[in-house]
Design a protein around this ligand. Structure first.
Ligand code: GRG
Length: 298
């Protein structure tokens, strides 16, 4: 049965994110208009906003303010959106559908898509490094560092490089896990850590448990993504379904089979949940989000 209070919370955060992003993104009326229109086209009105939801849920656990969380979550979502825009380009995944609309290079052109991703990435760092009233400078510096690490060669960009190199290659399970820990997991982990960093200082043990939660749920997100890619249709996903098999990409489904991939997603979910046990009711939103991540249908 649907969890009504959670759905209400999720919808409110998604609406707040739309408002925050609208305010942080450049106006479509300002020059260069085409670039600004493209930035707004890809960033607004789309996506589940899973990473922002994780920022808010972890921030709630640590007692962070909504204003700080909206800014941090916007920066993280901009990095995510930039990665989708670049991933869809002909030099990478070459896709035409994203978030139910034509991809950026289709709606505009390749040069605009490249610049849109570049501009979103730098705007994210502009946002997260700008003075924030409710965050101490040392904590903010740690946030900038965390985001840079998650997005770069040792995180998402590195994982994407492994992904591109692994088409048609037989990867082992540990190799597949390593790729996804970087490509998808690094930003999801950063979402949880950044949200928590915006609040009260956590003990080393609390940080370690939150980090372990984030790593498990990030991998679970990817396993479910692989399952949905072969079970759901393009209209439901808002992106082209069945691409992994068509491109001969190693996935959890191709390595484990559908039934075992589903079992593995549940196992990762349960491991993630067990890391939250000591936080009591302050981790309620994170637990609900973990449920949502493995039960989602798109
Ligand atoms: C170009 C540096 C660079 C990295 C690209 C994110 C990514 C790395 C590639 C996207 C391809 C892909 C299907 C990745 C697997 C999981 C994933 C990140 C799916 C998209 O995220 P969702 O489902 O998307 O959260 P929405 O649209 O809901 O935000």
């Amino acid at each position: 049965m649907a969890n009504e209070p959670f759905i209400g919370w999720m919808t409110a955060i998604q609406q707040d994110m739309e408002t925050a992003l609208d305010a942080y993104l450049p106006s479509a009326d300002c020059a260069p208009q085409t670039l600004h229109q493209a930035i707004r086209y890809v960033a607004l009105e789309g996506g589940k906003r899973v990473r922002p939801l994780l920022v808010f849920a972890a921030g709630e656990l640590a007692g962070a303010t909504p204003a700080a969380l909206a800014r941090i979550a916007s920066a993280l979502e901009m990095i995510h959106v930039y990665s989708l825009v670049h991933d869809d380009m002909p030099c990478m995944d070459d896709d035409v559908l994203r978030r139910g609309k034509p991809t950026c290079h289709v709606a505009y052109d390749e040069a605009t898509a490249l610049l849109t991703g570049d501009a979103l990435q730098t705007l994210a760092f502009d946002l997260i490094s700008s003075p924030m009233d409710d965050i101490a400078p040392a904590a903010q510096l740690r946030m900038v560092h965390t985001l840079a690490r998650a997005a770069g060669h040792a995180g998402m960009a590195g994982g994407q490089a492994i992904d591109l190199a692994s088409v048609g290659q037989p990867l082992s399970l540990p190799e597949l896990e390593f790729m996804h820990m970087l490509k998808t997991g690094a930003l999801i982990r950063a979402a949880v850590l950044l949200g928590a960093m915006a609040g009260r200082p956590l003990s080393a043990d609390e940080n370690a448990r939150l980090d372990a939660f984030a790593k498990r749920i990030g991998l679970a997100f990817q396993v479910v993504d692989d399952i949905l890619d072969c079970e759901a249709d393009s209209a439901t996903l808002g992106k082209t379904a069945g691409k992994d098999a068509a491109n001969d990409k190693p996935t959890y489904v191709s390595l484990l089979g559908l039934a075992e991939a589903k079992r593995f997603a549940r196992e990762l979910h349960d491991q993630a949940m067990s890391e939250l046990a000591g936080f009591g009711s302050s981790a309620e939103r994170l637990k609900q989000l973990a449920d949502y991540i493995v039960a989602r249908s798109f």
